[in-house]
Structures are given as C-alpha cells and as structure tokens.
Write a protein that binds this ligand. Sequence first.
Ligand SMILES: Cc1ncc(COP(=O)(O)O)c(C=O)c1O
Length: 385
Amino acid sequence: MSGFGRSLRREFRLEPGVDFINHGSFGAPPVAVLAEAERWRSRMEANPDDFLRNSLPAALRTAAVELARFLHAEPVDLVFIENATAAVNTVLRSLEFKPGDEILLNSQSYGAVRQAVRFVCERTGGKSVEPRVRVPVRDAAELVQTVAPALSARTRLVIVDHISSPSGVIWPVAEIVGLARSHGAQVLVDGAHAPGQLELDIPAVGADWYAGNCHKWLFAARGCGFLWSRRAAQAELHPLSISHAYGTGFTAEFDWTGTRDFSAWLAAGAGIRFLHELGADAARRYCHELVVAAAEKIARAWGEPLGGPPALHGFMMAIRLPPRWQRAATRANATELQSLLMREHRIAVAIMPIEGALWARISAQVYNAAADYERLLELGLRGPG
Ligand SMILES: Cc1ncc(COP(=O)(O)O)c(C=O)c1O
C-alpha cells in the first residue's frame, strides 16, 4: 500500500473536491472493507435460510475473536452491536435504578447519551449529575478533579467518554474507574471514538462495560459497534430487542436480536487488517502528528485557543472559531454553520458549541494531508459570508 496522505484517498470512496476533515462523526470505510461486507452479503443472499441458520452463528463468533484480539479482550466478553448509542442504551436500559440513584456524566458527554440518561431518570426517579469541564482542558489531572467531587454514595453509575466528542480530548479512564469503584459505583466507558485512535487494552481499563465503534476509526463498514462486559456484570445485561435467546447467556442473546444485515459485523476483521497493512503504529503517528500540526497552525493564524494540549488528543482537535464566526453557541447555530461550510465551501468539518462559544473540530485520517486544512484556515480569517 502507498504512503499516507493524498495517494491513500483512492482506497476510499470519498468525493473529490471535498476537504474531508470530519472523520469523527460517521467514519469513512475503505473500498476493501466495503467489498468484504459485500462478499458476506452475497453469501447470505445466495441462500438466506442456510446462511442465517447454519453459517451465521459460527461466523459471528469468528469475527468476535478477531475483534477481541485487537482489543486484548476475551471473545466471550464481547458482542457486536450496531453502534455506540445502542451499546450505551443497552447498559442504561438493563440496569435497575431507584429513586435518588445518580448517574454521573459531565458537561462534555455526548448529547445522545445525555438524552438516554434523561429517559431512564424520568422513568426511575434517578438523577443525572453533570460537573462542568472547563475547555481548554489543561491536563488529565484537571479532568479527574472535575468529576471527583461529584462522586458520592448515591452514584450508581459513571459514564465517562474515552474521547470527548466536542473537543477530542482523551480522558484518563482507568483513573476515573478507580475513583468510581471507591464510591461503589459501576462504570460504563463510552469509547465511541477510541478503537483505532488509541491502542486499547479494554480489560485493563477496569470498567464494568465498554461501548465502542468500529465504524469511526477502525475502518469498519457503518453499523459496526460492540459492547464489552466484565464477566461478572454480564448476567444483568440484555439487548434492547429481547429475542429467542433470552436467558441463554450473554453472547447468545446479543448475537441474535432479530433479522438484520450482519455484513458490517462479519467484515470487521477487514478493517483491522486494513489498519495492520498500513502499520498501526505508523498510521497512528501520522494521524496524530497531522492533526496537531494543522490545529496548531490554524490556532496561530486565528489567534484562538486549542481545546487541549496535543498530548491529550488522538486524531481530533478543536480550535475556537474567530469572533467574526461566533454567534450564540447553540446546537442549531453550530449545525447551520457546519452545513454552510459544506454547501458553500465543500468542507466537511464538525462545528461544536463548547462552553459558550463555537469551535471547529478537525480530524486527521490516513487519507488526509496538510493541504486539507488550508481552506478552513483561510475562511476563518475572512468570515463565513
Ligand atoms: C462520545 C460519543 N458517544 C457516542 C457516540 C455515538 O456514536 P454512534 O452514532 O456511532 O452511535 C458518539 C458519536 O460521535 C460519540 O462521540
């Protein structure tokens, strides 16, 4: 395979002319992985009855073995699920909360997760607690100090992002797990962005549950997420759709939740192989160094801060937008600006409301090059008009 950057873009289906610097929202699978998913689809469609009844169970477990190896986990502790949202909902909807129980999030938690917590709290009398994370973040210790005072004997569950969505900041999750345990709380790590960006040893994190995506940074076809569970915490977990295998064990229950297209899960290994062929360490180094160089250059040109120091980031960084781009820091305004950048300028970049201001979150993937960030930098100096 050729070197990183522009020449790798042909391995993806990305439309020419678009500065694609928002890999974080939905990912972008390589052509080779989509082809592998299509091969699985063809096998299924040749004889759906035979495939789904007789071949699928073993094929799914083989795919789980490959993913588990990548995550340093045991396959029996790992199930596929369509995305991190479903994985987080699965844990929230499986646990029994009592009135007064607290679920600890933070101000940088993902919006959909916040809504799922709200849903559960409205039905059980539970309460979400959301300490405010100051951005720019100074260091990992500051993140720990932000959540520590919010823990108490009432804390039933802590949900901590491995990588925050708005800022791309990496959290010291093992340390947070240790703190939560000392208060008797269970911990769910929302690792939607972590697999592929970070070198992961999931059991070593020490959490009860780890929700992850392969379709963001692990080159999987869309709809490929997973849920890992500590062995002792598996009995209380059940999929959102209860199906035939209810009560027969963790992997059995999750491996069949009704008829669906399983191709993205079955092709998960192709994404891992794509990364290994590139060289996982070299790819990680390339993406991290590229995003840091681009973010620092933009921040310097705009005279605006970064969301955190480079050492706290993987492949995503946020830069506050210059004053002439600022407007009320609402989700609606961020979405409008993001759409304008796509429509008028063909730039795919995430615009995030953080702490009363709008920020641009940029990303680097193996197909990106320094030139992909130039138009955003220039526009920042001119204003959106
Ligand atoms: C922290 C976090 N959790 C969950 C999600 C949801 O991921 P998905 O849409 O794949 O379910 C995201 C998506 O960006 C995220 O950033």
